[in-house]
Design a protein around this ligand. Sequence first.
Ligand code: GLU
Length: 474
Amino acid sequence: MTIVRTRFAPSPTGYLHIGGARTALYCWLYARKTRGTFILRIEDTDLERSTPESVQAILDGMDWLNLNYDEGPFYQTRRFDRYREVIAQMLESGTAYRCYCSKERLELLREEQMARKEKPRYDGLCRNRGIAGEGSYVVRFKNPLEGVVEFDDQVRGRLAFSNAELDDLIIARSDGTPTYNFTVVVDDWDMNITHVIRGDDHINNTPRQINILRALGATPPLYAHVPMILGGDGKRLSKRHGAVSVLQYREEGFLPEALLNYLARLGWSHGDQEIFSMSELIEYFDIKDINRAPAAFNQDKLVWLNQHYMKTGDPEHVAKEFAWHMEKLGIDTRNGPELTEVIKAQAERTKTLREMAERSRYFYEPVQVSDEMKSHFTPELIPALMMLRERLAQLDVWTRESVHEVLASTAEIHGLKLGKLAQPVRIAVTGGTVSPPIDITMVLIGQKRVLERLEILRSQANMPDGVEGEGNAL
Ligand code: GLU
């Protein structure tokens, strides 16, 4: 039985985008499922477009998604000697040849072919010349002239390409550097890749790559081309549709497991199950269940999954990610409630960790009550609020039950519905009108801070000490 070896081979010319992450996930899942090996290969030979920042963004994205690789990262730019070696072998064995055709000649050829409405392609002049020319040259692969390249795409089914359609691909430029399709082939061969899972924008490269592999005496791997991801408007997903970079999803407050679960289902299914743990994904994932049709990105579903994982995920893990957001907002969480408790209280009412962080400042920092908010502290409420403060100050145990009891009985004494009292209290202790249930909110803020905030309310209301505030306006 062959041991499965998959690879994710991004070109570091931008961030790690959603489509790339999905490809990486499928490669990773298949390797994990089969107890095979998952390899990360950075295809950085395009020196003009590759940047160290993109390499870092890919590594950080993989790391955040927890898609660990067993081998790599390998960098193609560090393998130039190996590519040169293979090119020399191919020249030697006659599966490649030097082409001395000038730019001008190729340009002319192209124009003529276009004028005849033919597909522009190299005419094989140097292939047939048989003698060394002069000056600079490129190296071309001797593509078979006849026959058909066929392969069973693991997603698309059987595909066939006529060799007559494929011209002699340049494998080394005039400066000796190898070209893209060639480096992929050498690497897939050297790295013993058994399954190439990648975006279907590479389908047309596949027959060329298979031909080169065969010329090298290698057995081509199995190919699985995954359909693209569309935006809500049916067009290929791009920046226009919003976030496409994996790390941007992090910034926006998504949990990695929500994104992974979402990406797994975007283009693959297992019955109509929507929520999968990682171990379920590993168990159920199979290449043959990848959909043939392109999938449309649906932000609402991602949000729904995110909330699910915020509510049900391992609290320590969610807290780690939440801490990252709090730090980004400059909120020092060392002094205040446990993050896991805040998450428990907030998960139900927030969609993302960023939103949760934005709405959790008051647990850790002093609040500012705007004048508009202060208008909720109507004169008839002041005595109740002041009594509440006094009674809260006497509490020896600060629990949801004890706080609730004080709130309820104080409201009752003043002939108020609990909600009537709760809202101004909420404003006083959080600075706003939205928070988890008031008793939970107060417990989390802590007794000392709650009393301080209610105390500030008194001074703002220009109240004398004690509870007899009747008649005093704000
Ligand atoms: N480097 C290619 C890309 O980023 C992928 C090549 C491959 O998977 O064969 O699109």
